[in-house]
Design a protein around this ligand. Sequence first.
Ligand SMILES: [Ca+2]
Ligand SMILES: [Ca+2]
Ligand SMILES: [Ca+2]
Length: 831
Amino acid sequence: MKLSLTPTIRVFLVTIMLVTVVLQPYSAAHASAASLSGNQTINASLSGPSVQSRELAVMPAKPTPRPTTTAVASPTPTTVKATRTPKQTATSTPSPTLQPTSTVEPIATTTTPEPTVVIEPTLTPAPTTATPAPTAVPVAFATAMPVDPASLQLTSTLNLKVNKTGIYRVTYEMLRDAGLDLAGVAASALTVINRDNMIPIYVYVGNQPESFGPGGFIEFYGEALDTTYTDTNVYTLQVSNTLTSQIPVQDARPDMQLAAPTSYTKTLRVNNQNKFANYAPGTEAWYDTSMSVTTASKSWDFTFQINGLVDAPAALELVVWGVTNWTANPDHHLVVNINGLQVTDQKFDGLVAKNFKIDLSAGVLREGTNTLQLTVPGDLGTQSDTIVLDRYSITYQQAFNAQNGGLSFTSLDDLFTVSNLPGQNVVAYGLRNGGLVRLGNIDVQPVGETFTANFAGTNQSDTFLLATAETLLTPVLEAARLKADLTSPAEYLVISHPDFISGLEPLVQARQAQGLTVSVVDVNDIYAQYSYGVFDAQAIKKYIAYAAQNLGTRYVLLVGGDTYDYRNYLGYNSISFIPSLYVATGPGAKFIAVDPLYADVDGNYVPDLAIGRFPVRTNEELSRLIGKTLAYANKSYSGTAVFASDVIDGAASFKNLSDKLATGIPSDWTVQSIHMDDLGAAAAKTQLLDAMNRGTALITYNGHSSPSAWSSLFTTSDVAALTNAGSPFVAVQWGCWNTYYVDPANDYLVQKFLLSGDNGAAAVLGGTTLIYFGSEEMFGPLLTPRLATPGLSVGQALQDAKAQLGQNDPGLIDVLLGWTLMGDPALIITP
Ligand SMILES: [Ca+2]
Ligand SMILES: [Ca+2]
Ligand SMILES: [Ca+2]
């Protein structure tokens, strides 16, 4: 069986070992003791089953195990480097090499992130008797309205952070304990703001009827986010001079002569985010389970619970990805059973996301535990069949019985009866087109040990949210940030996680001494002003665009490491100090971290500023990297370069490309060529290590690579043996994945070169994705001479080379965005 490839694209495969890696106790470098900022609250309650085995991000590369790892060999193909003509087409996908090849069993970290302030709710009796007198006629639903900034008293502000959607209650006492005592404030002056809109709130003033105080509370409808970066939305409580948006109370006194419906249509959604796949063909990179067979059928069971099933026709929606991509069509065969009954049999082709909607007859679903079984028969004659379960949902008829203290449903009727409520203080809201009413005069009756609530519907299809007062959601309270001045001139703009700001001083002084205006900005101030306090990489992009247009910014340095596991699905507690933007760089690389996109101000995928990152996680790492950056400026070995290359691979001669790039170096430099084709692996490695150790300004490599190795020439474990302390080099890596920096559990070449000691590199350039040989043939000759140009910074050299490349080849996203700088963009290779 041959891989499906278009004639213009050649993909080189090598066989690597499947390694089962047992990590050492979680590296301090990843789960640093550094405090989590308020914007990086980690959701401790992960939904779904705990992750038993964890895979690395799918990378067509060979991970290098840490020193104490044990490896279990099993051959698996993987893509290391592809050659192609410069223009990509969407039809080539180097699968089945996309299949995950490694599993990582992390040792649980003992580092527990500092929690943000969580205020335990004070149980407050619900105002079932204190509800304002009901009106007999329906009231208008209250909706959000733009806020008038002049009406706000900014001295009294508190952030209310929510990560679930529903009705929230925050009490006077919780606010007081968080530092905001609102005793005596008129209810009408309390304002909750989200994204520059006043949202409607319900205020119960408490024991004194005149103004807010003890026993009082505020209720609001909080909506969680669901982005790559966070589930946490930020609302701000402020005191306003003008009347604010109050939620009206609707008389919901039930007419018990009417008949209440017995069920509503419920959709149970199961989206376990167990593993990350950067090749994912769907809309997001996280999936539930990868299912792979060769020629023998295999089945996977997924169980889900239904409590309160009303037997009726139902539906299953299944989102799966075809992964393997052979010349055969179809590549995939999937049989779906529910509770032992086959409900569909599907065949499909290629690397693709499929959304199957399957009707289920009455009787298929059961009360209690149900089993979705997915079977991959492996009977298509292909070498293997890999299908990924991304998510599924079940839509069925559900009785009106509360679970976990409440119930939310959408239905149309004039009377509703909700049973199984754990308390008698029932709070209920109606939601229509984003507008809210609070329901008054609900009839609550004890039934055995639980309670049943009866209330009038509206005969419109409204959403109702019921909960007992004790089970209402509680926001996390946090002092709102004062507005920082982010308008200082910043030719050299540093965007830093707060942990590292004080440690940046030596670098700031050095750049100021060059005559650059320097501004160091706390990334949390950027979130506060550009994303309403929400943790979002887009805020950083917006601010950089502002700085480019208004602050004279030419250089951007991001200070802080990153992880692709922003929402801690894997439970490693890895921290994103500065998040990354993600983009598709090719047909098999869909979710790729790319800092250069931050520097693209006009949206054409060509960077407009010089940008680099210090991927540090501790102040010790920052200190080392600044030390090397400044030492490199004073190096005694300027004008020295090494051009090393991998063995030839078919039509891809890395030696030839290396020699071609070396012609871009000025003739007064000392250039050493180290070609594996000429020397063999062992001698080449010896010469390379010698060159690194004696002090060489520029070390370039051409060839197959991974996050942890340059072919067999150099690996992460070789860095520790380098003896070039005080004589760092700049590494320029032509190959795939060698600059990958967002793994949540492993340090790779980037971190080893830059951060592990006083040896290694002062800056690293290369790919964070699968890079095409043809792209590098175009880009390499543009970049190399610029790196050697006297006085031209490495960041400027990259920007200029990409600008020139983009004029003729704007589609080469793999290098325009996937080729990055880890280090100071103002670093100069040749003074
Ligand atoms: Ca998913
Ligand atoms: Ca196929
Ligand atoms: Ca641009």
